[in-house]
Design a protein around this ligand. Sequence first.
Ligand code: FPP
Length: 225
Amino acid sequence: MNPINHVAIIMDGNGRWGIKHKKSRNLGHRAGLNTVERIIKSTIKKKIKHLTLYAFSTENWKRPQNEIKFLFKLLDSFIDQKINEFNKNNIKLKIIGNINVFNKKLKKKLLKSEKLTKNNNRLQVNLALNYGSKSELINAFKILNKNKLIINIKNIEKNLYTSNIPDPDILIRTGSTNRLSNFLLWQLAYSEIFFEKKLWPDFKEGDYNKIIKKFRKTKRNYGNI
Ligand code: FPP
């Protein structure tokens, strides 16, 4: 059976869920947050050590201001409400992405949360915020160039936001869209990808279990036979 160290998720479909339920896109995001909590609990139960969640991409700034504002308010209150519980449950929070452009208060809160939970080791939740794989790679190449380091796999990986994080074994994308949307393009080179029809707020533990079961049976060749 294949071991699982890392599951990454593109949590797509919140907006459509809100509209489908005759509510707003923003209420879809709020419903999506309930799924986040469910999936974190379930990942702990499965004894998987890393969960990476795509919460805000470098391209999401194109969205209407009211939606962006709502997403950041949701993030802010999620941290306020959950960080102590994370810590109590031995969960480590790590942010991947460029948070330097966030307002000072939120940036400070995120850094403080990372610091508070840095020694926890039951589950590491990697929250992708203002994350874009292409800018992550450019950033790594720039560091190598500046320090006159050779371009090889080891040096590139050392300078990605995900250094010290194993590559995802599994990528799940909900919301019946089959694309990667600038998410972990380097790290997903050999991941098994599962496109799920359900919208993120409708994604339940049973759906997660089915994917895990299917993955366990997959033969991973890594270019071999
Ligand atoms: C994609 O769905 C989802 C996002 C861009 C945001 C994801 C955010 C959450 C799940 C809630 C906040 C999470 C945290 C951890 C604070 P979409 O809006 O693109 O959906 P659509 O394809 O139906 O429009």
